[in-house]
Design a protein around this ligand. Structure first.
Ligand code: SF4
Length: 229
């Protein structure tokens, strides 16, 4: 929570995930679609693909489930790897809306772990995508880990350099209050720090997390002191 409080004090609540919230269903479908499209591309490209789907009236899992992947692909070109992502989007859409009929009311009955296991069995859904869908679209308690989380966690000595996705997820889940809103904003804050400061070459001097407990910032400050000596 110490790390979170520093990030939150620096940036305020991040309000992630960006989606049209004018209707609950629309926002949910948009988040799920965005979680699939965001694999291996920038958010700007995802936004362009989402706008293209919106313009065609296809920002809907029920509609995508009723199409074929090659009909979806032209609408998501901006997101890159569009043929691969069209197949993934189609599988995810069919999971949530088989036969074009949404089944969210049925899925509500599944526990977090069971739903996560079922999502991970869907074509093209990896851990980060599954956890993003669970947390941001469905409000489930599922901490999202990404490359920034691993990098920041290792540099701050939270887990060892070889830690993998599940270890990092378990680390945060075991230590944070079980609050989906907190998990939501925590991940968004880590993404901001990773984007702006915790790059392969860290910019610790400007980062809100620069403290004695951070290996990289200690090394950066030591190098600065050495240069000044
Ligand atoms: S203080 Fe340095 S190592 Fe720590 S998160 Fe910021 S940039 Fe990364």
């Amino acid at each position: 929570m110490g790390l979170y409080n520093r990030m939150r004090a620096a940036a305020g609540e991040r309000g992630w995930w960006p989606a049209d919230r004018s209707a609950p269903d629309r926002g949910r479908d948009e988040i799920i679609i965005g979680a699939v499209l965001t694999q291996n591309t920038s958010w700007k490209n995802v936004e362009r693909a989402i706008e293209s789907l919106r313009a065609a009236g296809l920002l809907s899992l029920a509609r995508l489930a009723a199409m074929e992947p090659d009909q979806i692909a032209p609408h998501i070109r901006a997101a890159g790897y569009f043929n691969v992502k069209a197949r993934r989007l189609h599988s995810v859409a069919r999971f949530f809306a088989p036969g074009g009929k949404p089944r969210f009311t049925q899925l509500v009955r599944l526990g977090d772990d069971e739903l996560r296991a079922q999502l991970l069995a869907v074509h093209g859904v990896g851990r980060e995508t599954a956890d993003s869908i669970l947390l941001y679209a469905l409000g489930r308690l599922s901490f999202v880990v990404d490359a920034y989380t691993l990098r920041i966690g290792v540099r701050h000595g939270l887990f060892p350099p070889g830690a993998d996705y599940e270890q990092a997820r378990a680390w945060f889940t075991a230590r944070l209050p079980h609050d989906a809103a907190l998990f939501n904003d925590y991940h968004a804050q880590l993404v901001r720090i990773g984007n702006l400061y915790c790059k392969p070459r860290p910019r610790c001097a400007a980062c809100p997390l620069a403290r004695r407990d951070c290996t990289a910032s200690r090394e950066a400050w030591a190098a600065i002191r050495e240069r000044l000596a």
